[in-house]
Design a protein around this ligand. Sequence first.
Ligand code: ADP
Ligand code: MG
Length: 682
Amino acid sequence: MQMTDSVRCLKGVGDKVEKNLNKLGIYTVEDLLEYYPRTYQTYQPPVELEAVVPGKRQAVIGWLHRGLARIPGGRVEKTAGLLAEGDRKLQLLWYRMPYLRKQIGIGRTYIFYGTVKEKKGQWIMEQPEIFEPESYKKLQNGIQPVYSLTEGVTQKLLAKLIRQVLDSEVLFEDYLPEELREELHLAEYNYALHHIHYPKDQQSLKTARRRLGFDEFFLFALGIRQMKMTRERSFNTHPARSSKWVDIFKEHLGYALTGAQLRAWEEIKKDFSGEHVMNRLLQGDVGSGKTVIAQLALIMAAEAGDQGCLMAPTEVLARQHYDNFVKDFEKFYEVSGIRIRCGLLTGSMKQREKKQMYEAIENHEIDILIGTHAVIQEKVHFARLGMVITDEQHRFGVHQREWLLDKGDCPHVLVMSATPIPRTLAIILYGDLDISVIDELPAKRKPIKNCVVDPDYRPAAYRFIEKQVMMGHQVYVICPMVEESEFMDLENVLDYTEKIKKVLPSSISVDYLHGKMSANEKEEVMERFHRRDIQVLVSTTVIEVGINVPNATVMMVENAERFGLAQLHQLRGRVGRGDAQSYCIFVQSGKNSTAKERLEILVKSNDGFFIAGEDLKLRGPGDMFGFRQSGLMDFQIGDLYEDSDLLKLAGDCAKKYEKNIPENLMRRMNRYMKMASKDVIL
Ligand code: ADP
Ligand code: MG
């Protein structure tokens, strides 16, 4: 067996299974092995019936007084059993598993593992897993992987296939140079693979994670450096020297730019007349006012006779920018008599509208094009593209940036990001970009009022929300999950929406938003929120990026302890954008005191860089079973804040090896960068 063999070479993989695996991006043995667990699970000691707590996933030990029976009726075949002790009863229910009736003996002790729910006053456990006490004990000693699934791919299937490869004792070649591995005390590749899927204990999991986390950063850093080496900095063929238009525009903004904005602008202005094209990262915390700087750059390019393009990660965000720009340029025309023409291009536009826009772009009837990925489609031909800006860069793949560059004749490039990372790390992640930082917020903002509360506080919070809505404001409620999960007892968007509808007056319109909805559905909900047709929006973190609804004044975050502080900070940036006082309520459900301490950092500070740093200090070596904490740049294993030392190391090593990359390592690097272009996020 080789890494590059198709998964078809595995026992139990036929046409159908293969197709299902493909849906997860698993084509080869290598893909399978790199399909790392989403999290891990340990099996808790089993409890007797009298200690059962409804609503939780648990292992219940007991025996059946009577055999399992078929339940008549219904479309789905059902098998049921009953655990009973005194008054306590727990109904067990299986679907489509008639064979269990022969397998499960009366009077023998088993462990039934599943979620106990309360239905019509009765306790019920649906589709429990069944273990003999001995085999359960074995599980209890280990740490079990939990994989992300899709239809037709179960935990069992993935676990079985991965086991099959690992147990085959085929050794895969380690692509990291040995001297590097030794120098950094990194685990050997096969060991790491084994223990990322089946950790012997916490320590071996940690060792495996360190190795594979390093690999991720290293391959990425190497890839970025490679990109930089193959792309020489071009000469500036789009010089712009006059800032007459910009000066007029600035004068009529209605506010003065902050010192930090002015500094960033001066750096950008200098690039315009430099020897080489601009290649710059503009980093600034949420609400620091990056958009207006982008606008100035686009105006400067327009004055020089160039077209500009602003690319946003979502349709809602693109539309938002477009609407604001059109308004601003209308005002600009009134005071200056100069017309700057804006166009919008997004995926959901009608074919006819798109075609018109393509023509307008090609004929230079548009100076500034704003849009989503649609702007990098083949059909878009600019007459003279001189300035390209991407907003919320961490949401774009590396290669998208490259494609956009190909659209013009070496345009200036400005990428904007709110990801609060230190400069040393930014240099590794953004490779060859110069960096400008806006490290100051506009002065007049009313600081957001924050609080960290227990779930008991909810009734008061709902009353507060009601009051704010009555005053005409809008509210976000954030939950960590989309739907109920078997493994985690966390709030989910779907159930929460129903719950909050019931406690709020029916005159308040509540709806939800999550990442599993189609792009169109999401856009529609956001439109309605913008139009104020929705007053309370229950959402996952999909809301995190760039949304500007200044009328929203409350953000309530459920299970706040499950999020990284940097992410919470981004989320919080959705409120406090208007004139009204805004509020942020972090609901902390765990009993953990460090969690509370962590959240208090958010109350104390509003500085993204500071918060990320403090978070890192407090979390120490990290919560191994936790969610991905930062959620800002999607590395599979590595975490930007927690593993920042590893990232630095990887950056240094990449520098050392970039001129002399062994063949096997080169293959892995190319593979990694190809995947990164799909959805990893720079
Ligand atoms: P972000 O950096 O998060 O993209 P935006 O560019 O969306 O922030 O700016 C947030 C809000 O602040 C906008 O409504 C914008 O008009 C306003 N703003 C930007 N700069 C200033 C400033 N210097 N003074 C006052 N308000 C500003
Ligand atoms: Mg923004």
